[in-house]
Design a protein around this ligand. Structure first.
Ligand code: AMP
Ligand code: ZN
Length: 487
């Protein structure tokens, strides 16, 4: 796989272009992705970003890299809202629910874990939380102050953007120019503690309504949002690591400020490759809690989104997402979901047919086809192109099945291994029905044997109990002349 590792090209948002991927340590990748703020259940848009980074993680693993994947949980801090104000969203949600902050976070962390299982996301290597790393955040803030890039006012600490701009490039990632920003941002008024409108909070003095408060050298308070990610990425991956990812909407201010904090404390940009996943839209508008145009990842599974006339399985939804490149926008539509459902079935059927096709001494060019799978993914994780080549493989398999093309036994095995790896391991699609049926089959054999024994012993109570119990679980047992079957 080393040869394939060397071919990997990544679009680096920092440079605005594709670059050959060269990790800091050969064969190893350190990747940090901004995780959810758990003040509510993640919506389908949030899931899209996490699914996209799961795809990236899976492909890096497939290439044989040893990957340390860190994805945090934001369970504290003041988040900048769309009006540019810093608000404690978790505290507000906790108050509304008459719960404590961490109770809210835990409630949604459990839901998030369940969603990850359902949508087949691999667990990251570690999921640190902000509240576990307050000390590390304080230490970095102290370092930034010591370096002259932050100032304390009345128990709060702000990043000194103007001072920073004398030595570094603020806007290096987002391309934002501070003078343009000034027009977009509300002007400073007398109550503002910040010296300059673009300064941002590293530490906020506690106010009487705060639900979570920590001690610091500047008095009681709580951390700003951006400093959390700097503390956690540095702790687990070092001052500089390979990949930093998140949704496109985090580029500014969150990621720009993470860069400023790392440069301001350690003198270097934390990540060599910045990756940004594009948004899930609804009718052209970003799916978002604040716009109210969101649905939950579970609603699409039980058909309760109110947008589509039927439900879809998690595999179909995931496959649908894989048909858009992670840097492209994606809109959920009924037609596209239906097409994905059919396409997914065709793919899984093609894989099954491959096992049954007659083999011969000659083959179509299987090596070229498998090489195209890698070529697609090596080109900045281009899953939609990979899917188009997988469909090309299905087309060839069907031709072999019809007798219009041929495949050797060795090539059949090679293609099967590659298709299974790309469909299941890389795209993260499960052979859902198969999998449940395969696991259920021996259990059903056992249950039906017990039922048969009960019937032989004329123990009708037990045999009826088994039949009724199965019916409740949606499994119908039929006794025919060829024996007992279930469905
Ligand atoms: P949050 O919980 O709001 O911090 O968001 C968690 C992740 O979801 C971040 O990486 C966001 O960029 C991402 N995200 C939020 N809204 C969307 C959306 N509509 N489509 C894709 N990703 C999103
Ligand atoms: Zn972050």
């Amino acid at each position: 796989m080393k040869a394939q590792q060397d071919q990997l090209v990544i679009y680096n948002s920092l440079k605005g272009e594709k670059e050959t991927f060269k990790p800091l340590i050969e064969g190893h990748v350190g990747m940090y992705v901004c995780g959810p703020t758990l003040y509510s259940e993640p919506h389908m848009g949030n899931m899209r970003t996490f699914i996209n980074f799961d795809l990236i993680y899976r492909y890096l693993l497939h290439l044989g890299f040893s990957v340390k994947y860190v994805r945090n949980i934001t369970d504290a801090g003041h988040i900048t809202n769309s009006a540019g104000q810093e608000v404690d969203s978790i505290g507000e949600a906790a108050k509304a629910a008459q719960m404590q902050s961490l109770e809210i976070v835990y409630k949604y962390a459990v839901k998030f874990q369940e969603l990850q299982r359902i949508y087949n996301l691999l667990p990251p290597s570690i999921e640190p939380t902000a509240t576990q790393h307050i000390q590390e955040q304080i230490e970095i803030i102290e370092q930034i102050i010591a370096n002259g890039y932050a100032y304390e006012v009345n128990g709060s600490v702000y990043f000194d953007t103007r001072r920073y701009m004398q030595d570094f490039h603020y806007g290096i990632l987002s391309g934002r120019k501070v003078d343009e920003l000034e027009n977009e941002t509300r002007s400073l008024n007398a109550q503002d503690e910040k010296r300059f409108f673009a300064d941002f909070a590293l530490w906020k003095k506690a106010n009487p309504n705060d639900m979570q408060i920590w001690r610091s050298p500047w008095g009681n308070g709580n951390p700003g949002w951006h400093i959390e990610c700097t503390a956690m990425s540095t702790k687990y991956l070092g001052k500089q690591f390979d990949i930093h990812g998140g949704g496109m909407d985090l580029k500014f201010p969150h990621h720009e400020d993470e860069i400023a904090q790392s440069c301001g404390s350690f003198g270097c940009n934390p990540a060599r490759y910045w990756m940004h996943a594009n948004m899930l839209n609804v009718n052209g508008q970003k799916m978002s809690k604040s716009f109210g145009n969101y649905f939950l990842p579970k609603q699409i599974l039980d058909g309760s989104t109110g947008l589509f006339e039927k439900s879809y399985s998690a595999n179909v939804v995931r496959f649908f997402m894989m048909q858009a490149h992670y840097r492209s926008n994606l809109d959920f539509t009924q037609e596209a979901l239906n097409a994905a459902e059919k396409g997914y079935e065709r793919l899984i059927e093609g894989l099954k047919t491959l096992d049954k096709v007659p083999t011969s001494t000659s083959s179509f060019d299987v090596d070229a086809l498998v090489a195209s799978f890698y070529k697609a993914m090596n080109d900045d994780f281009n899953a939609p192109i990979l899917v188009s080549y997988l469909f090309e493989a299905v087309k060839q398999i069907n031709l072999v099945n019809d007798g219009s093309a041929s495949i050797s036994a060795a090539d059949q095995a090679k293609l099967r291994t590659a298709m299974q790896a790309f469909i299941h391991d890389v795209l993260g699609l499960q052979a859902e029905n198969n999998q449940t049926e395969t696991r259920l089959a021996p259990v059903m054999d056992l249950v039906l044997d017990l039922r048969q024994q009960a019937r032989s012993n004329k123990d009708w109570t037990t045999s009826d109990q088994i039949r009724d119990g199965l019916a409740k679980a949606g499994i119908v047992v039929k006794d025919g002349k060829d024996g007992t079957s279930w469905s």
